[in-house]
Design a protein around this ligand. Structure first.
Ligand code: SF4
Length: 475
């Protein structure tokens, strides 16, 4: 659908767009002079908003900034005509917990913060409370030493490509020939970066091996790579956490679990996304509920006592019954942490085409999505988990958030540091982006590795040289 907006003051164009986009996420929004769906007149003391059957006038007051008021009034108008309340109101930032943290630092009480979220952003008390809880965690964990870093290692292969994937991930079947050359290039980068880190006397706090799917490669390749990582970064070190995001249960084997145990992995992630076989099939994941249960049980049997599971709320075709089933099955397995993602529909995904352009799938209504989130919250509660990190993305169905819950002591340290952007991350592998954080200046510099797999393999030496010069200039 095309949504035309007639706006008299284009200096507020971006703010207006952001709020209208919350209600028309998958529509085309244009600013026009004629054939418009909404008109917005911003004057000195008031603003007028109208659509075909409704016109509303709002008076400005001096308490909130003009921008916040304009957003709030557009939100109020659209929320009334559509009969929909969005839990985050007008908040669209990636890290809303930062607002709560700044208010806690100013000695606001919990009640004051909840009121602040309502008054400024029309956000619900539940979301304000979530921000407060996460902010309290952040205060304890967040990095304060500039010499402390984390390492990210990326594996750009997956068993198959998920319907909603927008990452530079390659299905391993047709790309088998690229695996060995990739592993060689990655090892070269690991070795070079290890030398840099040692020379500069940098401390590694955590290592996160993600992707893609790190366990997509075969058992021997995996064992060899794990040994290589262990020798370069973990031997004789006091690293606090080594996570491997196994992801797909169909890529996990007894041998890979043994390799991870042998080489110091203390946190793994087994990600079902949903516990409904029909959905798993339709989103292109080649595994079943039974595979998830088998691999999870095997990992427990092998002694992994910090296992995370990822699930997604708002998968195409899923409703409250599906989420109930997912929550029931996860409760039985009792992981140590749980990451609940809202479905984010990126333009680079097949899902965007299928959903928005060809209308092959449906997504639950806002009301049902709210209930589905409540279910995941209740699951975390019943597993004695607390929310410890959170971030939001653009184009999430239901305008929700991604939340990490964990049993006390089982939080993913890397996740907190990565989201808070208070710790430098040296990232290795195709498409990995290093971030150097200057704590005193509140500044971040980034170095993106080559994104394309073949380019990464063919130009690894040149890329590593550039990266070293970049890092040398900063350290
Ligand atoms: S497992 Fe993750 S990276 Fe791999 S295809 Fe699915 S969404 Fe993409």
């Amino acid at each position: 659908m095309n949504i035309g907006i007639k706006l008299n003051d284009m200096s507020y164009r971006y703010d207006v767009f952001q709020i209208v986009n919350l209600f028309h996420t998958f529509d085309q929004i244009d600013f026009v002079q004629e054939d418009y769906k909404y008109f917005i007149d911003i004057e000195n003391a008031y603003m007028k908003i109208g659509s075909e059957h409704n016109i509303k006038t709002y008076e400005f007051n001096s308490k909130l900034s003009l921008k916040d008021q304009i957003k709030k009034y557009i939100y109020d108008f659209l929320s009334t005509i559509y009969g929909v309340k969005l839990p985050w109101g007008t908040l669209i930032g990636i890290r809303p917990s930062k607002i709560a943290l700044s208010l806690i630092d100013k000695d606001y009480s919990e009640k004051d913060i909840i009121e602040y979220f309502d008054e400024h952003y029309s956000a619900s008390a539940d979301k304000a409370r979530l921000c407060i809880n996460v902010a309290k965690y952040e205060k304890n964990f967040v990095n304060h030493q500039s010499n402390n870093i984390s390492i990210y290692i990326g594996m750009p292969f997956c068993p198959t490509r998920c319907l909603y994937c927008s990452f530079a991930s390659n299905p391993i079947g047709p790309n088998k020939k690229l695996v060995e050359p990739y592993l060689n290039a990655l090892k070269y980068e690991i070795e070079e970066m290890k030398e840099f880190i040692q020379r500069e006397n940098i401390q590694i706090e955590s290592i996160y091996f993600g992707g893609g799917t790190p366990t997509a490669i075969d058992d021997n390749q995996f064992e060899d790579l794990m040994e290589y990582i262990y020798d370069r970064f973990l031997r004789n070190s006091n690293i606090k956490e080594f996570t491997v995001e196994c992801g797909r249960p169909d890529s996990i084997s007894l041998n890979k679990l043994k390799s991870m145990k042998k080489y110091g992995v203390d946190r793994i992630s087994i990600n079902p996304q949903t516990m409904n076989n029909d959905t798993l099939k339709s989103i292109g994941r080649n595994h079943s509920l039974e595979d998830i249960i088998d691999k999870f049980s095997l990992a427990r049997f092998m002694g992994f006592d910090n296992i995370n599971m990822d699930i997604i709320v708002g998968l195409p075709g899923e409703n409250i019954l599906n989420i109930n089933k997912t929550c029931e099955e996860i409760f039985k397995l009792a992981p140590d942490s749980l990451t609940v993602h809202g479905m984010s529909i990126k333009r680079a995904s097949r899902l965007y085409e299928d959903l928005c352009l060809q209308k092959k799938y449906t997504i639950a209504s806002q009301k049902e999505l709210n209930e589905m989130y409540e279910c995941t919250k209740a699951l975390a509660d019943s597993l004695n988990m607390l929310p410890y990190y959170m971030y939001r993305q653009k184009n999430m169905v239901g305008n929700m958030e991604n939340v990490g819950y964990a049993i006390k002591g089982k939080e993913g340290i890397y996740n907190i540091q990565m989201i808070e952007e208070r710790q430098s991350i040296i990232a290795l592998g195709a498409d990995a982006v290093s971030k150097i954080v200057f704590l005193d200046e509140n500044r971040i510099e980034r170095f993106p590795n080559l994104k394309d797999l073949r380019e990464y393999i063919n130009r690894i030496e040149e890329m590593v040289e550039k990266k070293k010069s970049f890092l040398r200039a900063l350290y």
